[in-house]
Design a protein. Structure first.
Length: 237
């Protein structure tokens, strides 16, 4: 399999430590992508080598997260990692863009996943405009498949006000159905589109106001904002 890295994290699985396996390759080219080095390729490793890396850290973890890139490009390898996690009685999480609903369905059917974090990058009808890929219907289908399962679903949007406006966030909030909706602060430290390199991060107080405003559409959903200044913060009414 093509790998980015394997590392320990305190933030990738809420409230517990996790070992995160970053798989390489992604079909999308989002302008604000922070992991652009993983889009095309990565070092080749066998499953045994990846497990060896996991084992050096797993004693301190309660979960294994498979991220990317887009891990469902390498679905079979993702499933093997999840099988190993379950053999250790660990919680499991997968990060995805939702671009492959047919693979999301396969993943659900393995019964190996506790938590999915799915990017909702734009209102479903504006994907082509915002990220250059007309995949809104696919992401919506993936969301509906996950909601029909017992898997805990987080939808998350990276808020870059050079690409999205407040109205877009309001529209997304009316379109998503999830257990947690997270608005992530855009940061320009590493971006695919050089035109975004000089774009400032949104003000966290403005993000908090937006999060409070959209609560009306998601009364039963936890709404979080994630910023460099305040970390992850849950917004109450």
């Amino acid at each position: 399999m093509k790998i980015g890295s394997v590392l320990m994290s305190s933030i990738e699985y809420p409230k517990i430590m996790s070992v995160v396996v970053f798989l390489a390759k992604c079909p999308l080219r989002c302008p604000y992508c922070a992991n652009s080095e993983l889009l095309e390729d990565g070092p080749e490793m066998t499953l045994e080598e990846v497990i060896e890396k996991i084992n050096t850290q797993v004693d301190f973890a309660d979960a294994i997260v498979v991220s990317g890139g887009e891990p469902l490009v390498q679905l079979e390898d993702t499933i093997e990692i999840l099988k190993y996690a379950k053999s250790l009685d660990l919680k499991t999480k997968v990060d995805t863009s939702g671009v492959y609903p047919e693979k999301v369905k396969e993943l659900i059917n393995t019964d190996l996943v506790d938590y999915i974090a799915m990017d909702v990058k734009a209102p479903f009808g504006k994907y082509k405009e915002i990220i250059g890929a007309d995949i809104g219907d696919k992401v919506k289908e993936s969301m509906n498949l996950i909601n029909a399962s017992d898997i805990y679903l987080e939808c998350r949007t990276t808020y870059c006000d050079a690409l999205l406006n407040e109205e877009d966030i309001h529209t997304i909030a009316q379109e998503v159905n999830c257990d947690i909706y997270t608005i992530q602060q855009f940061r320009n430290r590493s971006v695919l589109d050089p035109e975004l390199a000089d774009v400032e991060s949104p003000n966290p107080h403005d993000m908090e106001k937006i999060a409070k405003d959209i609560k009306q559409y998601l009364p039963n959903t936890q709404i979080d904002i994630k910023t460099a200044e305040f970390g992850q913060k849950t917004i109450s009414k």
